[in-house]
Design a protein around this ligand. Structure first.
Ligand SMILES: *Cc1c(COP(=O)(O)O)cnc(C)c1O
Length: 428
């Protein structure tokens, strides 16, 4: 495949946009090479500016769960656009999508719409702090909750204590309120609570992790978090920005049958437009402005175009719950096919899957947390990524990302992918 036009466009972009991209993972830094500029997409396919067709396994990092240019969303958008694109005043559409959201997700009474997953998580933490009158939060090494200061904290030298900021610009003051624990390690969470029994406002977690590859929670882990939160009077925040409306209509809460106190959403809920949301019980949500003292606002929050796209998307998902079974089966077909082929080679590998999230790690050790994900061989991953790309298959350009399948993928697309996969792994 040729990428001349992408190359030229990337050079031009770098002159006026830092790194040539508006979100770092797009820059191919961890895999090398030139990012691919998209011209258009349809269903499961991306068409780049050089005329290549790629089968899409990232689905815009989740939102395109029904495939690209999904007609009901496009229709809703075009109709709505003719009536005006932003007013800074309420519309009936906001109540409609809020109602549908509350109907689809378990345990929540009210929802507030924002413009991104970052905003949703940041606001959820502020609300949890305001509600509990406590300052600290617990997050897990390797979990991503957007780019707000409080979340850009990773494991330091191993001690479960004050987090060390891992982005310049995040202050020590902020970092000291983010306490770190380890995914699938309940003891690490218990240790933090024992150190700060009355200071933890909330635990925030990806109920199925998707930002260190796909890492499912082990039996009893989330249940244990629920119990610890109840014991210590902290709130449990499920960051369902990836899992919401993907693992089930009601996300991980429904699929895993665990109740969160606050849940955050993004990605699928906007149908491809910039939308985030957070939801909780009346008791918690009543603390939010203008009803309560916890401030949160947004000029474009509840934007009519975004709400129209989201409403069309959620309506489609609610009306076709079979979609979830289909999507899981497609992901299982991919999983089995990859497993069959790679197991005949001498390559180290682990394949993690939960629902329509799946990741391949080049390591022999089970991948259950950030440290085991980081043990994967990144040189192998780079060669694998570029090999698959030259077969016409677009995978996440980072070993720390899950694939997100979409319902437009056919069994033929998956078999085509597996044929390419076979050639690529034999060449590694
Ligand atoms: C993508 C993501 C976010 C951030 O959402 P943005 O819309 O990119 O701000 C937060 N949490 C999780 C789990 C995500 O996957």
């Amino acid at each position: 495949m040729q990428y001349q036009r992408s190359s030229t466009l990337f050079k031009a972009a770098q002159e006026v946009i830092p790194g040539g991209v508006n979100s770092p993972v797009r820059a191919f830094k961890s895999v090398g090479g030139t990012p691919i500029f998209v011209d258009s997409a349809k269903g499961a396919y991306l068409f780049d500016v050089d005329g290549n067709r790629l089968i899409d396994y990232i689905s815009s990092w989740g939102p395109m769960i029904l495939g690209h240019v999904y007609q009901p969303v496009i229709d809703a958008l075009t109709q709505r656009a003719k009536k005006g694109t932003s007013f800074g005043m309420p519309t009936a559409l906001e109540t409609e999508i809020a109602r549908l959201t509350i109907e689809m997700i378990p345990n929540m009474d009210k929802v507030r719409f924002v413009n991104s997953g970052t905003e949703a998580c940041m606001s959820a933490v502020r609300l949890a702090r305001g509600y509990t009158d406590r300052e600290k939060i617990i997050k897990f090494a390797g979990c991503y909750h957007g780019h707000a200061d409080a979340f850009l904290i990773q494991a330091g030298s191993g001690a479960v204590t004050f987090g060390a900021p891992n982005s310049p610009g995040v202050t020590q003051g902020t970092a000291k309120d983010t306490l770190l624990a380890y995914y699938n390690d309940l003891e690490s969470v218990r240790t933090v609570f024992e150190q700060y029994p009355e200071e933890v406002a909330a635990i925030i977690i990806e109920p199925v992790a998707g930002n260190m590859g796909c890492i499912p929670p082990q039996e009893g882990f989330l249940e244990g978090l629920r119990a610890l939160c109840d014991q210590y009077g902290a709130l449990l925040i499920f960051d369902e920005v990836m899992t919401g409306f993907r693992l089930a209509p009601g996300g991980a809460q429904q699929r895993l049958n665990i109740k969160a106190d606050i849940a955050t959403y993004g990605k699928v809920i906007g149908g491809g437009l910039p939308v985030g949301a957070f939801a909780a019980s009346n008791e918690i949500m009543n603390h939010l402005a203008p009803e309560g003292p916890v401030y949160q606002a947004g000029t474009l929050s509840g934007n009519p175009l975004a709400m129209a796209a989201g409403l069309a998307m959620l309506t489609a998902l609610k009306e076709d719950e079979e979609m979830y079974t289909r999507l899981d089966q497609k992901t299982e077909r991919l999983h089995k096919g990859m497993e069959e082929r790679i197991s005949t080679t001498s390559l180290p590998y682990q394949i993690n899957r939960f629902g329509s999230m799946i990741s391949l790690h080049f390591t022999n050790t089970p991948v259950v947390d950030f440290a085991s994900a980081a043990a994967g061989d990144n040189e192998l991953f780079k060669a694998y990524f570029h090999g698959m790309l030259s077969e016409g298959i677009y995978l996440p350009p980072s070993a720390y990302e899950s694939y997100f399948l979409n319902d437009a993928l056919t069994n033929e697309d998956i078999d085509f992918t597996l044929d390419g996969f076979d050639r690529v792994i034999k060449s590694l």
